[in-house]
Design a protein around this ligand. Structure first.
Ligand SMILES: *Cc1c(COP(=O)(O)O)cnc(C)c1O
Length: 238
């Protein structure tokens, strides 16, 4: 049976090989290992294997886990799931990055909370490209949705507490990696459009690709991969 360490190294090798094959710089890609619903024993094995970024979906899970992880491990917590307003305070306290700014309201509230706490947090804007109802994120289905998104984006750009660094997206679930390509490509094109429209030089990151489709995501320009089960195994409980 493979260990977490084996699978972590195996995923790293796949990332590296895909970069070489498609002309990407391996140093431009960061691996967020998604540890939601994984027990702390497994997270410790992961940290011992050398992981430096952990992704979680539920702030209260981070709160529970962090106290059980020895100080010797230096790593970042990235919030990748939907954030309820009443959980914002935990995100400001415990998280180094946020991948899931999925509404203007959340963005403004998180900004305010960061300003109050005298901190800043790098953040991705989550976009819903497929239009699936079950998906979070700014909806960009039609030209109306898009112009509204651009207006909201302009408001979020004024933030002092959140530092916008790029876009995040999650394609519809599929066992076939190729199915995600169009969504990833649309996300990258939108990133370029935003850079041009708002004359941004530091809005450059793309958080996309999971266990199912990270190799396709690399080909389409991903800079942050969010990979869970391919490394951690099946999710069980907390
Ligand atoms: C759970 C989750 C992932 C990881 O998915 P895996 O299939 O376990 O790789 C990535 N991104 C988000 C937003 C998630 O909720």
């Amino acid at each position: 049976m493979s260990t977490i360490r084996d699978r972590f190294l195996c995923v790293y090798e796949k990332i590296f090989n895909t970069c070489i094959k498609y002309g990407r710089d391996p140093n431009s890609i960061k691996l967020v290992v998604v540890t939601k619903k994984q027990p702390v024993e497994k997270i410790l094995q992961l940290l011992q294997a050398g992981a430096s970024i952990l992704g979680e979906n539920y702030p209260e899970e981070i709160q529970g886990k962090r106290l059980m992880i020895p100080d010797e491990f230096v790593f970042q917590w990235h919030m990748i799931g939907h954030i309820q307003s009443r959980k914002i305070k935990y995100v400001v306290k415990f998280c180094d990055f946020v991948h899931s700014i999925d509404s203007l309201d959340l963005g403004l509230k998180l900004d305010q909370a960061c300003v109050t706490a005298k901190t800043t947090i790098p953040a991705f804007i989550e976009i819903n490209i497929s239009g699936e109802q079950s998906k979070q994120g700014f909806n960009l289905q039609n030209s109306e949705g898009k112009s509204l998104f651009f207006r909201n984006f302009d408001k979020l750009l004024q933030s002092q507490g959140i530092q916008l660094i790029g876009l995040m997206t999650m394609p519809p679930y599929s066992k076939v990696a190729e199915d995600s390509r169009q969504v990833f490509r649309t996300c990258r094109v939108l990133l370029e459009e935003i850079q041009a429209e708002f004359k941004l030089t530091s809005f450059t990151q793309l958080s996309m690709g999971t266990s199912q489709d990270f190799e396709v995501a690399i080909q389409e320009g991903a800079t942050y991969l969010r990979i869970g089960e391919a490394i951690m195994g099946e999710r069980t409980s907390v």
